[in-house]
Design a protein around this ligand. Structure first.
Ligand code: CDP
Length: 237
């Protein structure tokens, strides 16, 4: 009976708030495209990577030993994350402070990947993510959205691109920010983080069975945006 109830609840939820799940490796274009699709459909864009980065930032700033689970659990109790929206742009707050820019540095991406492999961290953040998805239509991007967070999403996308293209994109982003970098180092960091995300034990980055894979290597942002919107509308090409 309880199983039946869960299935029913899932169906009702799905009909009430059809959503879009976008997963993929670093630099595959998830956030850019997810933001645009959300804007087009009037949905809320939820960048779940920002949540892992925020926990990573807290742990980095407070020198938390990520091997020590008691320490991690205590740290988590002190982490209050809030998402706020300013003209559709997500801002993330850590204990009341807007950390949206502070989390965008390479060191914190690495920390994010490390904390994201820890069960208690994922439990806390996935619960927050499911609550958001239950309360409205979302375009949510991350690594385990279609496989774990909202498996009943109406459209599930796995965005991919070659390592070279993803490296170019990351370098371009850094150039725009005026940050100096070594392209080879960026490339190695992308490969290393993807391997770690794909091979961790809990909710690794995998392709959901019912996901549509889109290789964005040679597509424009607009082409990807249109394809995802069409998939969601059921107008599959
Ligand atoms: O921007 P980029 O694609 O490089 O990374 P991100 O989406 O900001 O995610 C940072 C890290 O958080 C990833 O490398 C993953 O380890 C982790 N993450 C996750 O495990 N699950 C998610 N749903 C989202 C991010």
């Amino acid at each position: 009976l309880s199983e039946q109830k869960i299935v029913m609840e899932e169906i009702v939820m799905n009909e009430k708030n059809p959503s879009i799940a976008i997963d993929g490796p670093a630099g595959s274009g998830k956030s850019t495209v997810a933001r645009l699709v959300a804007k087009k459909l009037g949905f809320v864009y939820v960048d779940t990577g920002a949540m892992y980065r925020t926990v990573g930032l807290y742990c980095a700033e407070n020198s938390i030993d990520l091997e020590n689970m008691d320490e991690v659990k205590k740290a988590l109790q002190k982490v209050n994350i809030e998402l706020k929206y300013d003209e559709g742009v997500q801002h993330i707050y850590l204990n009341g402070e807007d950390v949206s820019s502070a989390i965008r540095v390479q060191r914190i991406a690495e920390y994010a990947s490390k904390v994201a492999a820890i069960g208690v961290v994922r439990e806390k953040l996935v619960e927050m993510q499911r609550n958001i998805a239950e309360n409205g239509n979302v375009v949510m991007d991350g690594r385990d959205i279609g496989t774990n967070v909202i498996p009943n999403a109406k459209a599930k996308i796995y965005l991919d691109a070659s390592v070279d293209v993803r490296t170019e994109r990351r370098c371009h982003e850094l150039e725009e920010k005026g940050v100096s970098f070594d392209k080879n180092v960026i490339r190695e960091e992308i490969i290393e983080r993807d391997n770690f995300d794909k091979n961790r034990k809990i909710n690794p980055l995998t392709i959901a069975e019912d996901a549509t894979i889109i290789d964005t290597s040679y597509m424009t942002i607009e082409e990807v945006e249109n394809k995802i919107t069409k998939l969601f509308m059921g107008e599959v090409e």
